[in-house]
Design a protein around this ligand. Structure first.
Ligand code: HEC
Length: 271
């Protein structure tokens, strides 16, 4: 046990030359900040041992006994112009008898639009969910709903196209010439996007072309000498209906859907 024996600790505040207190350690002291001005202060402790050696410890601190202040609408170093609408609040303060939480909660304008966005999202998701189950009119003929529609058609007409993806057939058999995006190749392979035959309400020319091929036709002002091969040998009525419907509902096209039954009839009529 060889503790240094401090005989005295003196306490100084700010630049005061006179000690505000003197203790023989160990000691407890109370610092009443309510007697101090708000702002920065320094407290200094000087310990003096029996041999009159001194050591000094300084601590800087900030006193704030007044109320807190919040300002919405302007921050440090903001670049601003015109009129500003600032929202001010002050709360607390060490002297207040009772802490009143409501006073600390500045009525910021955020909650209003948060609620609107939140309700909007909820309403939209409910709408979307319901809409998924019964696509209406124009949506029913998009690729997304074709399977659903085909299943419905199947029930009515007993036609089997379930499991055949028109876009898959297109990718394998047609996209090498007409391109994945339906734009074709200028002067060599005609675009199917916006094509009159593909959007024609009467699908018989569309079906006939895909079944038996085409050559030397002028399409939208361009003469094509390259031949379009027929697919009657390679593709079933179901696959042909699926790929034709894919073309009729992709790239902005909006032709009426065809059934394998219609393809069968054209196939039997022959070229
Ligand atoms: C080898 C290239 C090639 C392939 C593969 C091909 N086509 Fe074509 N297609 C053409 C050419 C070339 C024409 C234009 C023929 C003409 O007018 O002389 C054409 C024309 C068409 C037309 C007629 C457009 C109009 O306005 O008359 C349709 C519809 C069509 N193709 C659909 C398909 C479908 C569906 C497939 C896949 C099953 C397919 N094509 C595969 C080259 C191709």
């Amino acid at each position: 046990m060889n503790q240094p024996d401090y005989s005295k600790i003196e306490v100084y505040l700010d630049s005061n030359q006179e000690a505000i207190a003197s203790y023989s350690p160990p000691a407890q002291m109370e610092l009443d900040t309510s007697k101090l001005d708000d702002g920065e202060h320094t407290i200094k402790f000087v310990a003096i041992d029996t041999g009159n050696k001194r050591s000094i410890k300084k601590i800087n601190f900030v006193v704030r006994n007044g109320p807190g202040i919040t300002v919405y609408g302007l921050k440090d170093n903001d670049v601003v112009e015109g009129k500003l609408h600032l929202l001010l609040n002050s709360y607390g303060g060490a002297y207040m008898e009772k802490w009143e939480p409501a006073r600390a909660e500045t009525p910021a304008p955020i909650p209003t639009w948060t609620w609107i966005v939140f309700i909007g999202i909820v309403v939209w998701s409910m709408y979307y969910f319901i809409d998924q189950w019964s696509p209406t009119g124009s949506f029913a003929e998009t690729p997304t709903y074709q399977n659903i529609r085909h299943e419905e058609t199947n029930e009515a007409n007993n036609i089997k196209t379930i499991g055949i993806s028109g876009s898959e057939v297109y990718r394998k058999s047609c996209s090498s010439c007409h391109q994945e995006n339906g734009q074709g190749v200028p002067n060599v392979f005609p675009p199917l996007a916006g094509n009159l035959v593909v959007n024609d309400n009467d699908p018989s020319k569309h079906i006939r072309t895909v079944l038996f091929g085409l050559q030397g036709e002028t399409i939208n002002g361009t003469l094509y000498n390259t031949p379009m091969p027929g697919w009657a040998e390679q593709l079933s009525n179901e696959e042909l209906a699926a790929v034709i419907n894919h073309e009729r509902s992709s790239w902005g096209n909006n032709g009426r859907m065809v059934t394998p039954e219609e393809v069968r009839k054209v196939r039997e009529e022959g070229k």
